[in-house]
Design a protein around this ligand. Structure first.
Ligand SMILES: Cc1cc2nc3c(=O)[nH]c(=O)nc-3n(C[C@H](O)[C@H](O)[C@H](O)COP(=O)(O)OP(=O)(O)OC[C@H]3O[C@@H](n4cnc5c(N)ncnc54)[C@H](O)[C@@H]3O)c2cc1C
Ligand code: FES
Length: 287
């Protein structure tokens, strides 16, 4: 009995061991981005798997490799995991080629995630650009599912074109709710037909009322956009500790061993990917 269970126990403790999960839904959002819903084959593992918004998993396309991908589902909705994957290279292309029923590997969750306990009672100002909407969608649903725990919730989201707006259907539904403000803009509307705002994400700050004293701002935008978004917050008297940013680095192990994601003394996979603006300013090279 002992001999039979020991290897299984050792395998369960191996942090590099991915666990099998079934793709139950693949929903294309844009030309290169799709939502994937996964369920662990081992139901017990699925029930035990808890995470925070802002954490990521290592997802493997079997026989190809693995990639770090943010969870875009909320832990308030257990039983499945959702990820939003942009096709850029080998692993992400392989994930896009899968059909429902296919198996993938999952290990994690990794990273610190958003400090949701400390954010309780505060107003939330979420600022997303492009694929940055994925981790913020997790936080948005977390706050909406625990609505009493948070004050005013506002999402500012910028996409390149109307075709690039992720989660468009559900965000349009949320626009009708009175307990959340959803403001979306697109950089360009060359094909016409977009009824909303046109301009970069910072244009959504125009006329926006925010009580900075009681608000936590969370930024998930492409690196180039940080230098435009952060000043909008600083000029509204946000302090460095009230601004959270999710940063991406190339990662491999996800568990602080390989050093691939290091910036100064920080392992982005362990100490991040969520940092305060204060941290980011004090670690050269972080932004
Ligand atoms: C914490 C974290 C969360 C992430 N969340 C998501 C997510 O929710 N959805 C999503 O689609 N992607 C996400 N990514 C990016 C994703 O991990 C990479 O796009 C993926 O690893 C590319 O793997 P690949 O084999 O498909 O491409 P590769 O063949 O490895 O590379 C293709 C191209 O992508 C570039 N690339 C690879 N990894 C990264 C990276 N981490 N950052 C920037 N460029 C990279 C390569 O330099 C190359 O130009 C996240 C990355 C991190 C670190
Ligand atoms: S990815 Fe290996 S140390 Fe962070």
């Amino acid at each position: 009995m002992r001999e039979a269970t020991a290897p299984a126990a050792a395998a369960a403790e191996n942090p590099y061991q991915p666990h099998r999960a079934k793709l139950v839904k693949l929903e294309p959002f844009t030309a290169d981005t799709a939502l994937l819903r996964l369920e662990f084959l081992d139901r017990e593992r699925g029930e035990r798997f808890t995470y925070r918004p802002g954490q990521f998993i290592q997802v493997s396309a079997l026989g190809t490799g693995e990639a770090p991908i943010s969870l875009c589902s909320s832990p308030t909705r257990p039983g499945y995991l959702e990820i939003c994957v942009r096709r850029v290279g080998r692993v992400t292309q392989a994930l896009h080629r899968l059909s429902p029923g296919a198996l993938v590997g999952v290990r994690g969750p990794y990273g610190n995630g958003f400090p949701v306990e400390k954010m309780r009672g505060k107003d939330l100002l979420l600022i997303a650009g492009g694929l940055g909407m994925a981790p913020l969608r997790s936080l948005l649903w977390y706050a909406l599912d625990r609505r009493g725990d948070f004050g005013r919730v506002t999402l500012l989201y910028g996409a390149r074109t109307p075709r690039d707006v992720l989660f468009r259907g559900e965000l349009q539904e949320l626009e009708n709710r009175s307990d959340v403000r959803i403001l979306i803009t697109v950089d360009r509307n060359e094909e016409g037909g977009w009824p909303g705002r046109v301009g970069v994400v910072t244009t959504l700050f125009e006329g926006l009322e925010v009580d900075s004293a009681r608000t936590v701002a969370v930024i998930c935008v492409p690196p180039v956009a940080f230098k435009f978004v952060v000043p909008k917050l600083l000029e509204r008297n946000f302090k460095g500790e009230q601004i959270l940013m999710s940063l991406e680095r190339k990662m491999q192990c996800g568990i602080g061993k390989c050093g691939n994601c290091n910036v100064g003394s920080k392992h982005t996979c362990l100490d991040g990917p969520v940092f305060t603006y204060w941290d980011a300013m004090n670690v050269p090279g972080m932004i």
